[in-house]
Write a protein that binds this ligand. Structure first.
Ligand SMILES: Nc1ncnc2c1ncn2[C@@H]1O[C@H](COP(=O)(O)OP(=O)(O)OP(=O)(O)O)[C@@H](O)[C@H]1O
Ligand SMILES: [Mg+2]
Length: 340
């Protein structure tokens, strides 16, 4: 996965941002935000929540904690849907209700049009739980073989699929090591491979990037985007905003068990009323002319400057650079004062 999943280049612009200009280079590209209408979400509804709620009760059946207030949700085939919210906001509870692992206090969850508690759907699902529950004394190959058996896969297919998944999650070198020796990030990777063993149509991932370093995080996000490319539906939850922003088509924001926001990430983050123009190769004179032109047309709050990359891209850039040229010390003039 390391090589083939890396599709994001350092410095590649994020799809949304503040009003900034750019200089350097030759070609000029002007590109404005806020005009394109988002593609309508079509397709079969694969997950439905209707008035779904959960109150955890104590041993005596007394209400203990309202983890999820009545929730209505439709998730369509091919979407990457993110559940976002602070600790304790009800994300894991929602995933467990959708999976039929716990019973709702009210309402119902439907998967592929069938009640979530119907076990017939399990072959079409993959699940990465928040905490690893894998057997610590098995190695990666044995783990995937074990889960392949549970799904009734023939030996040759189990072997082929296990090898492909181990490669995909970047564990080839560690495939013979027992899971008890795995680091947190490695445990997360084998968990994802396990969730995909049955080539599921719908994958539910609870904090998929937890414990991963920035490279592992980037790879995990690319892997999730790749699942979408292969027609899978993904529901993931996280409290890491950048992870959700980078991969999800739509999000639901939960707070204290209540749905606070629901919509397409593009729509929720778009700054309407602000136009972004990006160009390379502008001379200082041209910049002044552009500013004067904008002012003449009544534009306000004009910002012209160099766009920033993200810390994630910078980190990946440094690591790749170091791997390509071992022994090299500082890069760029990073410690020089930034005076334009
Ligand atoms: N088995 C349980 N019994 C009682 N209360 C529970 C149980 N499981 C979760 N809760 C409570 O329900 C609320 C929601 O928990 P949940 O695990 O769904 O949150 P979360 O959004 O996944 O949080 P995190 O980001 O920390 O994983 C919390 O207040 C939690 O304490
Ligand atoms: Mg959780």
């Amino acid at each position: 996965m390391r090589e083939q999943q890396m599709r994001y280049n350092a410095g590649e612009a994020a799809p949304y941002g503040t009003v900034r200009g750019a200089d350097g280079g030759v070609a000029a590209v002007i590109h404005a935000t806020g005009n394109a209408a988002p593609a309508p979400t079509a397709g079969e509804i694969v997950v439905e929540a209707r008035n779904l709620s959960k109150v955890y009760r104590d041993f005596w059946g007394r209400s203990k904690k309202t983890a999820l207030k009545p929730l209505d949700l439709d998730i369509r085939r091919g979407e990457i849907f993110g559940l976002l919210g602070p600790n304790g906001s009800g994300k894991t509870t929602t995933l467990k209700l959708l999976l039929g692992l716990i019973f709702p206090t009210s309402g119902e969850a439907l998967l592929f049009g069938r009640p979530a508690t119907d076990v017939a759907k399990n072959g079409r699902l993959g699940y990465l739980p928040e905490e690893s529950y894998l057997y610590k004394f098995l190695d990666a190959e044995e783990t995937l073989d074990f889960y392949g058996r549970l799904f009734g896969m023939p030996p040759a297919e189990r072997q082929r699929r296990a090898a492909a998944l181990i490669e995909m999650v970047g564990l080839s070198r560690d495939r013979k090591r027992q899971l008890r020796e795995y680091s947190k990030g490695m445990t997360r990777r084998i968990g994802v491979a396990q969730a995909l063993i049955n080539d599921p149509e719908l994958v539910l991932l609870d904090e998929p990037t937890s414990g991963l370093d920035p490279i592992g995080t980037r790879e995990m996000k690319d892997l999730i985007i790749d699942l979408k490319r292969r027609g899978k539906t993904v529901i993931m939850c996280s409290h890491l905003l950048a992870d959700v922003e980078d991969v999800c088509d739509r999000i639901a924001v939960l707070h204290q068990g209540e749905l606070k926001e629901l919509g397409r990430v593009d729509d929720l983050l778009r700054l309407t009323g602000v136009t972004q123009i990006k160009a390379s190769g502008l001379t200082p004179g041209c910049r002044d002319e552009v500013r004067a032109l904008l002012e003449r047309h009544g534009a306000v709050d004009i910002e012209i400057g160099n766009p920033r990359t993200t810390l994630e891209d910078l980190f990946l850039d440094v690591v790749r650079d170091t791997e390509a040229r071992p022994g090299r010390r500082a890069r760029r003039g990073a410690d020089t004062p930034s005076v334009e």
